[in-house]
Design a protein around this ligand. Structure first.
Ligand SMILES: NC(=O)c1ccc[n+]([C@@H]2O[C@H](COP(=O)([O-])OP(=O)(O)OC[C@H]3O[C@@H](n4cnc5c(N)ncnc54)[C@H](OP(=O)(O)O)[C@@H]3O)[C@@H](O)[C@H]2O)c1
Length: 349
C-alpha cells in the first residue's frame, strides 16, 4: 500500500517526500497492508486524514510524544470498512467510519478495534468526518465537558481560524455563548464574520484588549468567562486582563511556540479555574467521555449544527505542501490529505 513514513526528524515543509536524502518523509508504494490483529479488528481503507499541528511538531521531533523511527504520522481519519475479523458485530464491509489513532493514518489502510470506530451518519461528508475527531473532539471536551460553557457566557477564542480554534468558535455558538474570535489577517477575519461570530478581532489591524473592551461595553457585558487558548505566548498574557472573576482558562496548546505564565496569585484573587487539557490522554483515562463526545459531534455534523471548513486538500505525495500551509498560518479550518480519487464521497447509509 501507499504510506508516508517519517524516517528521521526534520522539517517536512522543506522538501517533497523522496526528493532527497535530507527529506524526513518518504513515500512508500509497497508498505505492507496491516493485518487484522484480533477477532474484533477492522481494516479501514482511508479516505481522508487531517493535519493537526501536533503531527507537524511530531515530525519536527518537538512533540511531547516521540515515537521510534520510522513511523507513519497522522492521527484522525475517515474511510470505508474493507475487512472485518470474525467477531466484529458493529460494522460490515462498506460501512463509512471515522476514528483517531496515535499514529499511522497517512496510509491507504489502517487497522482498529471495532470499539474504536464511529459510524459516519447518513448524509455526512466522509472527508469532513476525517477532520472531526481531534480538532472538534478537543474543543468539545474542553468547552462542554470541562468548562461547561453555557448560554449567556462570553467565550474568547484565540487562533480562532485554525483547526481547534474554528471548532471552538462553532461549539461556542452551539452552546449559546457570546463568541469573540481572535485571528490574524483580513481573510480569516472575514471568514469568521461570515459565520456570525459576535465579535472578530484581526490582530494585524486591531489591539485585542481595546477591541474586546469596546465590544463588551456595547453589549453591557463585564468580561470574558471562558478563554480558549491554543496559541500561548504574549496573546495569553494580554487576554488574561479581560477575564471576569470566576473565569475559566482552557490551556489547549502553544502554536506561538511560547508557553505562557499564568500567575497563581492573580488566579487566587480572581477565583480563576485553569484547565490543562490533553485530549488524547482521555482515551486512556476517560474513554467514555471521548466516545460520548464524538457521538454528539457526529450528530451535530449530521444536523448541520457544525460544519467542517476545509481550506486546503492534498494527496500523500504533496504532504510537504500540506504542512507548509499549516506552518505559514494559511489554514482556515482544516487542511486534509485525501486518498482515492473520488470527489465528494458521501456516506451511503
Ligand atoms: N491539548 C490538546 O489536546 C490539543 C489538541 C489539538 C491541538 N492542540 C494544540 O493546539 C494548537 C493549534 O493546533 P491546530 O491543529 O488547531 O493548528 P492550526 O490549525 O495550525 O492553528 C493554529 C493557529 O494558531 C495561530 N498562531 C499564532 N501564532 C502562531 C505561530 N507562530 N505559528 C503557527 N500558528 C500560530 C494561527 O492563527 P493566526 O495566524 O490567525 O494567528 C493558527 O490559525 C497546537 O499547539 C496544537 O498542538 C492541542
Amino acid at each position: 500500500m501507499e504510506a508516508l513514513l517519517c524516517k528521521k526528524v526534520g522539517d517536512p515543509t522543506l522538501l517533497p517526500p523522496n526528493s532527497s536524502e535530507s527529506s524526513p518523509l518518504v513515500l512508500s508504494t509497497s508498505h505492507p497492508i496491516p493485518e487484522l490483529n484480533s477477532p474484533t479488528a477492522v481494516r479501514v481503507r482511508v479516505r481522508a486524514t487531517s493535519l493537526n499541528y501536533a503531527n507537524y511538531l511530531q515530525i519536527l521531533g518537538k512533540y511531547q510524544e516521540k515515537p521510534p523511527l520510522p513511523f507513519i504520522p497522522g492521527s484522525d481519519y475517515s474511510g470505508i470498512v474493507e475487512s472485518i475479523g470474525p467477531n466484529v458485530s458493529k460494522f460490515k464491509i462498506g460501512d463509512p467510519v471515522c476514528s483517531f489513532a496515535a499514529l499511522g493514518t497517512f496510509a491507504q489502510f489502517i487497522v482498529a478495534d471495532e470499539t474504536e470506530l464511529f459510524r459516519v451518519p447518513d448524509g455526512c461528508d466522509l472527508v469532513a468526518a476525517g477532520a472531526l475527531p481531534v480538532a472538534y473532539g478537543t474543543s468539545h471536551v474542553a468547552l462542554v465537558h470541562r468548562a461547561r460553557l453555557s448560554s449567556g457566557q462570553v467565550l474568547l477564542v484565540l487562533g480562532a481560524a485554525g483547526g481547534v480554534g474554528l471548532s471552538a468558535v462553532q461549539i461556542g455558538k452551539v452552546c449559546g455563548a457570546t463568541v469573540i474570535a481572535v485571528a490574524r489577517g483580513a481573510e480569516k477575519a472575514q471568514f469568521l464574520k461570515s459565520l456570525g461570530v459576535d465579535h472578530v478581532i484581526d490582530l494585524s489591524r486591531t489591539n485585542v484588549t481595546e477591541s474586546v473592551k469596546g465590544f463588551l461595553k456595547t453589549r453591557k457585558l463585564k468580561g470574558v468567562d471562558v478563554l480558549y487558548d491554543p496559541v500561548g505566548g504574549k496573546l495569553t498574557k494580554e487576554t488574561m486582563k479581560l477575564l471576569n472573576w470566576g473565569a475559566q482558562i482552557l490551556v489547549i496548546g502553544f502554536a506561538s511556540g511560547e508557553v505562557p505564565v499564568i500567575p497563581a496569585n492573580i488566579a487566587l484573587v480572581k477565583n480563576w479555574t485553569i484547565h490543562g487539557l490533553y485530549w488524547g490522554s482521555y482515551k486512556i483515562h476517560r474513554p467514555g467521555v471521548l466516545e460520548d463526545s464524538l457521538k454528539e459531534l457526529l450528530s451535530w455534523l449530521m444536523r448541520g449544527l457544525i460544519t467542517v471548513h476545509i481550506s486546503h486538500t492534498y494527496s500523500l505525495p504533496e504532504a510537504n505542501l500540506a504542512f507548509s500551509v499549516m506552518k505559514d498560518r494559511k489554514v482556515v479550518g482544516k487542511v486534509m490529505i485525501t486518498l482515492d480519487d473520488h470527489k465528494n464521497v458521501r456516506s451511503k447509509l
